[in-house]
Design a protein around this ligand. Structure first.
Ligand code: BTN
Length: 327
């Protein structure tokens, strides 16, 4: 561990209490000037540290940035994020960065995180509102052995992992809207963008991008999405730790991905259905401008939506925008 990180763990152990500069310099075997230099760096990273010539240093608040340290602390996974978190203050898009890294050979379980995105991508060419510090913008690299036809399953599995993380940490009533929107009270709290790179004999890598609105106040959403988007802050009235949420998401992701890789998709699909209750609903699905109206018969084990239209014809729909029709 670097000197700065060791210093941080001492300060955290004694959070709220003063530790003398002398004690720290002895423990870390560096000069007091060096301690001061590292304290300054930590303050730049958003840690609130008081200092006094007599009393030394006191950590009063840990950084709210999504720093690697903060995510890794207590991270209960074996593959996802373990020594593989890449953090950026600003990126065009975490999916674009993850693709670059995957192209350069980054391993499965690599997690790209950004504090802000300047070109956050949504599904179907839309953009994803990604202001500094308010949300989680993250992309995972997967390297499953499968054919590209397995993609819809990855998408459904991701929505389940996001929903589980939110359900275990909050009291929110989380629902999934096919294929992969995560909703609270009918409004979108998270979106997922999966992208694939294939080779002759199958998948090279998959990028799973997640945008989750955490501490976004209603008024800061752009007007065109204000009515349809929500955040944890809006729903609960309180801010929430983004680091804790990412950790929980990675934990659930690893759990479900393991099942997926072992060919056990049924329990994932069952859970998805519990969280989505879509069967029997009357919906309109927009598939690249073409509209299908009818009743949902099922979502099959490949994640494909089966719709019976008003004329009684059955359609298998791989991806599209769903609007529920209320009777
Ligand atoms: C959607 O349209 O619902 C999908 C939104 C996905 C947004 C996330 S934010 C992190 C990752 N990087 C991107 O550029 N997009 C995804």
């Amino acid at each position: 561990m670097s000197t700065k990180n060791r210093l941080l763990s001492y300060l955290k152990e004694e959070k709220g209490n003063w530790i003398s500069g002398e004690l720290l310099s002895n423990k870390l075997a560096v000069s007091r000037a060096a301690i001061w230099k590292h304290v300054r760096k930590l303050k730049d990273e958003g840690y609130i540290i008081e200092s006094s010539p007599k009393k030394g240093y006191l950590l009063s608040k840990v950084s709210t940035l999504l720093l690697v340290n903060e995510i890794e602390e207590g991270l209960d996974t074996e593959v996802f994020g373990k020594g593989k978190i890449v953090y950026f203050k600003e990126l065009d898009s975490t999916n674009i960065k993850a693709k670059d890294l995957a192209g350069q050979g980054a391993p499965e379980g690599t997690v790209v995180v950004a504090e802000k995105q300047t070109r956050g991508k949504g599904r179907r060419g839309r953009s994803w509102f990604s202001p500094t510090g308010d949300g989680i913008y993250t992309s995972l690299i997967l390297r499953p052995t499968m054919s590209p036809g397995g993609m819809p399953r990855i998408t459904l599995m991701t929505a389940v992992a996001v929903a589980e993380a939110l359900l275990s940490l909050t009291q929110l009533k989380i629902r999934i809207k096919w294929p992969n929107d995560v909703l609270v009270n009918g409004k979108k709290i998270a979106g997922i963008l999966t992208e694939i790179s294939t080779e002759m004999d199958g998948v090279d890598y998959i990028i799973v991008g997640l945008g989750l609105n955490v501490n976004t106040p209603s008024e800061s959403f752009p007007e065109e999405v204000r009515e349809i988007a929500t955040s944890i802050l809006i729903e609960t009235g309180s801010e929430f730790s983004r680091a804790l949420l990412i950790r929980e998401y990675l934990k659930w992701y690893e759990r479900y991905y393991e099942m997926f890789k072992n060919g056990r998709f049924e329990p994932i699909m069952r859970r998805w259905k519990e969280l989505a209750d879509i069967a029997g609903q009357r919906i309109v699905v927009d598939v690249l401008g073409e509209k299908y109206i009818g009743e949902v018969l099922d979502v099959d084990n490949d994640g494909v939506l089966i719709l019976r239209d008003n004329a009684g014809n059955t359609h298998r729909i791989f991806s599209g925008d769903v609007t529920l029709m209320h009777p």
